[in-house]
Design a binder for this molecule. Structure first.
Ligand code: SAH
Ligand code: SF4
Ligand code: F3S
Length: 473
């Protein structure tokens, strides 16, 4: 793709800002007239990339004069940012949109918008248009930056607006962002995906791969460090294919680590076909890089990996893991696995179990294959029954739970460094946080420790977390 054509132009961005101003004037006039402050709610499903988009949507709404609504009953605008990765995700979203019909009947002036990956599929855009007549705005991932205009049209002209572009997608720099957290931030470094794994809808709903300019990313992170952010997650469907001109992903990581300040940088997701030894060398050499790696393998059978179009073998994957572990002591490795891909046999599945036993992942995200309309796998022969797939899924989960428990038990008595970012998620423990590698730790301490690093002596381990007391030596 020609890099010049990838960016939304400054003129187009300025035009959107003028719509933001119009909305702001309209909302402020309402407040001046009778003290009423319009409010908006953004509901988000799906991956971190979608969460990052939701923060931009919240930023646009805040700049347009909307305060944050506590729930749907007090919202004047509700935007639902959707996910299409599996049928279950879509069903949940449709159910929740359906539930809003009562609210709309009660308050016809309520504006409901549905955006993100779901409407970017033509059959879903049609469904939203026909079967959900009370949804006012429908826009796809490519039209996010046009939200001010779409919202203005819906609010001022009382009409339904649709903007689902069938395009490769562009990059919109300079959108306002309202971040959820005070110390952790998502930073998108690229958008879209060109890999077309045969089961996956993402390349169809997120468009072609396009990378932000390295200087835009570095400036954003510098600004966030100055604001006090201490933990950055670089986002992309395959960060290893980041292409910033003369700056590839390992170089970008090096440049980020060279920014002055005390912070940690992580990234997701990394595709094994493009993960290089140089990437692991850069992580090893830079203490600011988290000792955590999410490297989705998807399955442990070469035959199925080929049918998935993953473009690596089990052997190549294991080689990467061995290299990473040998060069980055204490590295936590997590992965994604799909069970029940069309044509998966018991033997193929055994390959997955063997791989899991061999790698001993720190944790796993496991999914039962879900056919997605328009993807090649959706038309492949799939003789296994749902019961067989569920049985394999349960066996995989049991194996991983045992491994996670064993790994966690081996921590008992050891001291780990934890970045405290939350609390009250486990009974009897007031604080929680993550180790550098991303392991969840519960402990007890004062609220004021949030946003700081503490040392915790591990006393107990479960399948999902470690538990212990803060030590002050
Ligand atoms: N870009 C990332 C993953 C994005 S989707 C990568 O390549 O690793 C997150 C995970 O959802 C995938 O890793 C895969 O395990 C799972 N997934 C994607 N499509 C799926 C489908 N059709 N059915 C079940 N799981 C799926
Ligand atoms: Fe989907 Fe594959 Fe792209 Fe990941 S790399 S988003 S699994 S197509
Ligand atoms: Fe879902 Fe879209 Fe992410 S389909 S997983 S929200 S890229």
């Amino acid at each position: 793709m020609n890099r010049e054509n990838v960016f939304v132009t400054p003129e187009e961005m300025a035009q959107q800002r003028s719509f933001t101003q119009r909305l702001l004037r309209r909302n402020s006039a309402r407040t001046a007239e009778n003290g009423y402050v319009p409010k908006a709610l953004v509901d988000c499903y799906g991956c971190q990339q979608n969460e990052a988009d939701a923060e931009a949507i919240r930023g646009i709404l805040a700049a347009s004069g909307y305060a944050v609504a506590a729930d749907e009953h007090e919202a004047d605008v509700i935007i639902i940012n959707t996910c299409a990765i599996r049928e279950h995700a879509e069903a949940r979203v449709l159910g929740n949109i359906g539930a809003l019909s009562h609210e709309k009947r009660r308050r016809p002036e309520l504006i409901i918008g549905v955006c993100g990956c779901m409407p970017q599929q033509p059959q879903m855009a049609r469904k939203l248009k026909m079967s959900f007549p009370y949804v006012d705005i429908v826009f796809g991932t490519h039209a996010l930056w046009k939200l001010p205009q779409l919202l203005w049209e819906a609010v001022s002209e009382h009409k339904r607006v649709f903007d689902v572009e069938d395009s490769a997608g562009r990059i919109a720099e300079g959108l306002p962002v309202q971040r959820k957290e005070k110390d952790k931030a998502w930073v998108s470094i690229m958008y879209g995906c060109n890999n077309f794994c045969t089961y996956c809808i993402v390349p169809y709903v997120r468009g072609r791969e396009r990378s932000r300019r390295p200087e835009d990313i570095l400036n954003e992170i510098r600004g966030l460090v100055a604001e006090g952010y201490r933990d950055f997650t670089l986002l992309g469907q395959n960060v290893n294919s980041y292409d910033g001109g003369d700056c590839d992903f390992p170089t970008l990581l090096e440049r980020i680590c060279a920014i002055e300040g005390d912070f940690t940088v992580r990234f997701m997701t990394s595709h094994p076909k493009d993960a290089t030894k140089r990437l692991f060398d850069v992580i090893a050499a830079n203490p600011k890089c988290a000792r955590g790696l999410h490297l989705p393998v998807q399955c442990g059978s070469d035959r199925i990996l080929k049918a998935m179009n993953r473009r690596y073998t089990v052997e190549q994957y294991l080689e990467l893991i061995d290299y990473a572990r040998a060069h980055i002591p204490g590295l936590c490795i997590t992965s994604d696995i799909i069970v029940g891909f069309p044509g998966e046999t018991e033997e193929d599945f055994q390959g997955t179990l063997d791989l899991v036993e061999r790698v001993r992942f720190d944790s796993l995200f496991t999914f039962i294959y879900s056919p997605r309309t328009g993807t090649p796998a959706a038309t492949m022969e799939d003789p296994a029954t749902h019961e067989e797939k569920q049985n394999r899924f349960d066996r995989l989960l049991a194996a991983q739970n045992r491994i996670s428990q064993e790994i966690h038990a081996s921590y008992i008595g050891k001291v780990v460094e934890v970045f405290i970012d939350g609390g009250g998620r486990a009974a009897g423990y007031t604080l929680s946080g993550r180790t550098d590698g991303g392991r969840l730790v519960h402990t007890v301490g004062d609220e004021s420790l949030r946003g700081t690093k503490v040392r915790v002596r591990v006393e107990k381990g479960s399948t999902y977390a470690l538990f212990g007391s803060i030590v002050n030596e």
